[in-house]
Design a protein around this ligand. Sequence first.
Ligand SMILES: [Zn+2]
Length: 427
Amino acid sequence: MNADTGRKYRLCPTDGQADRLTAWGHTCRWLYNTALEQRQFAWQQRKVTLRLAAQCAYLTEARKELGWVADLPAQSGQQVLRQLDQAYQNWWNPQHPAGAPTRKRKSARLSVPFPGQAVQVRRLNRRWGAVILPKVGEVKFRWSRPLGGAVRNAVVSFDGVAWHVGFGVHASVKAPAAHARPDTIVGVDRGVKVALAMSDGRMWNRAFATPGQERELARLKSKAGRQETARRKRGATTSHRARKVRAEIARTSAKIRNRRRDFVMWAANRLCAQHAVVKLERLNIEGMTATGKGTIAEPGTNVRQKAGLNRAILDKGWGLFHVALANQARTTGTQIVRVPAAFTSQRCSRCGNTDRSNRESQATFRCGSCGYQANADVNAAINVRDAAEAAPPLTGRAVRDRNRKASCRPPTQRRQRAALETGISRR
Ligand SMILES: [Zn+2]
């Protein structure tokens, strides 16, 4: 029985435990990158595809020779290799949008995976639980919600602000046959000024970064840039101070990210609880946020404006919203319907007159034909609600996958190009 639900808790390791988990996180990244290089090398030199079992045997050898690799629990190492193997499987799978596996950067989130057999979970009292990890023993975590099933795997991670433990849980989630409030249809317009506008007139928005945080982030980023330039000039390693600045950037970004995540989950939860059908315009986020720079021969126009719009689109967390919605729909039985996005913001929702001039400004819509006046985003949401379905409804993973890589590029071509670059070919 595989995990079908995730549960994440705030982990509170002691200083000693945190140091060891940090070291393991770096070892895991090293292992992933080394195993990836090994696969690429084996293919380039001998046209051999290394698989999981072979790489696990190499890991056993490495553990005998390198003390710091041996310090990482063997099961975690195998789990990392399993993740790499899955990344390859996804790349080879024509149904899957994933590209070729890439190296994990040093700045990537620290994480240590464990298989389900390696961990035990214990409830200490009403507020606290403990997860028993190999070698470090009992680590306390805040029991903020019920586990709801059997633990299949665990990931300990650090996001720049705090440690977390995530469990993959087999909770046997089943969608009810019918929604609790049948015949409740809502159209949703995702915007840049207002994050979500509903066809019933509701508008939800939240600022994720405070003005102070934005200023602070800009200051820290330029400082990190200066330090990096100076470091390159000297040819030195990253200084202690530069590391501190980077940690501060990660910390502030994580705070902003958490707030965005909270808003998106909250909105998805409400929409699914209140409506049997949620209609969204089909957006091509990757295409929309593609860089406007163009090429040297054909420079793009309005590059700066486009960059600003991109930041605004990515800032609202639209992609994540779709994933959250599909996830919530599994428990409420809500149907998620995607409709074509074209002209929803220019068409009058009362008489159907479609004209660019109908949109008086960012905020107001005034129909040139019948005089209907409304908030521009709400008018668009009503159009979305009344539009015909674009494609069969997708749920769960299909939504995530379809959304993650938009259809703006032919997949085979990109895979071939990636294959040339990394020296790996499809099986
Ligand atoms: Zn009209």
